[in-house]
Design a protein around this ligand. Sequence first.
Ligand code: FAD
Length: 424
Amino acid sequence: MTKSKPSVLILGGNFAGLGAAQKIRDYVKDKVDITVVDRKAYLDYIPNIPLEIFEGRDPAVTMHMELVSTLARDYVTFRQAEIMSIDLENRTVEVQPNERAGSPSYKISYDYLVVAVGAELALRDIEGFAEHGHTVTDAFHANKLIDYLNNDYKGGPIAVGSARFKQGTRGRPDWLPTAAAACEGPPVEVSLALAHWLQENNKGGPENITMFTPGKLIAEDAGEKVVGQLLEAASSMGFKYINQVEDIQRLTAEGIEFANGQKLETELNIVFPNWKPHAFLQGLPISDEVGFVVTDMRMRNPDYPEVFACGDAAALTVPKLGAIGHQEAEIVARQIAKEVGMMEAEKADAPWMPEVVCIGDMGGGKAFYIHATSWFGGDIQELRMGHLPYAQKLAYKEMFFRNHGRVPNWGLPLAKWSAENIKV
Ligand SMILES: Cc1cc2nc3c(=O)[nH]c(=O)nc-3n(C[C@H](O)[C@H](O)[C@H](O)COP(=O)(O)OP(=O)(O)OC[C@H]3O[C@@H](n4cnc5c(N)ncnc54)[C@H](O)[C@@H]3O)c2cc1C
């Protein structure tokens, strides 16, 4: 059978994969066939999981958005399967359908490949995590933490922080710094919101919590000015803070041990792991030495120009933030539009600087809002705290679900403008 249209195969259907599918359809209209492969048939709205935990809701109920009908609205085909391997020379991907156990694997061919599979959150690499650790990265662990807080926590010391991020170097541009942790907005958010929860439940407050970071500065991608303000606010509330712990060595019944030799006696450890590339990407010629996909600023692999990456799977995405993946999905779509003659090169190739945009819950109907480009060489470092960012965090999720993942073009700029200009 001869193919009438070029085929775009998108691996992964969460923020980056869904965003890429929708934007490609917007720009390319019906000039390509688009297929998304994911092992699960829903989008997991990860950024609001911590908020759901401290407001006592199960994120599996509130944070999953149906993916198959969402994609069908844009005539995008969905295939539920485990992605097994990529054959770059023959332009095929091996997948194994996973709705029922026991399926053989199949090959899907592509003209353009978009790798948007995120990364493994390597909790099992942290010694003692299963027995002595908690996290907030998915619904299973969220519910485990909710149960622990409600039934077992006795009011003792708590450590919140990240393991070391192992970032690759091959193909990395000079301007992109080395990050000690993959994504440190969430540990700051969890510390603040948890302190409020402890107060509300008569189990203590900020003084129970030590925030730690493997690096010199927690959330360093937000910029020194912003982090300075955040830390000042946190220390005046009573939080403890330790830096340069290098890595989490192990979790034990007594507490947490760090790679620099420091130890803390704790009752509860809430930790964020290394973001580790999926095994099937490791060792491929498109990947750096750890397994993230190397791209130029047009999110295109230099050696295999028909291969694109966006979101956490891309080596360029540091910190690992959904907001950056969203920006990259737009770039991928423009490049594919250029390829098929649907966009002028001047528009498709417009220069781009990534932006950190992060809204974190603080409990009590308040949130912090960070907008920064200093990590990438820019000069923006904005921090706001209060009720407005909290309302925006909820409104953004509402808008995302109601619009089936399509955040209107004015959504992000409006959120930035209102957070930076309106005081509530
Ligand atoms: C607790 C927490 C809070 C966060 N808060 C924020 C925030 O406030 N703002 C922000 O911008 N970012 C935040 N982030 C980061 C954000 O969640 C990620 O950057 C974002 O999810 C990355 O999107 P992605 O689509 O690239 O990857 P993912 O969301 O990881 O999606 C990858 C997709 O690929 C699929 N997949 C992977 N491997 C396979 C395989 N082998 N076969 C089939 N399917 C596969 C997965 O099922 C998944 O659907 C937070 C992260 C955490 C953990």
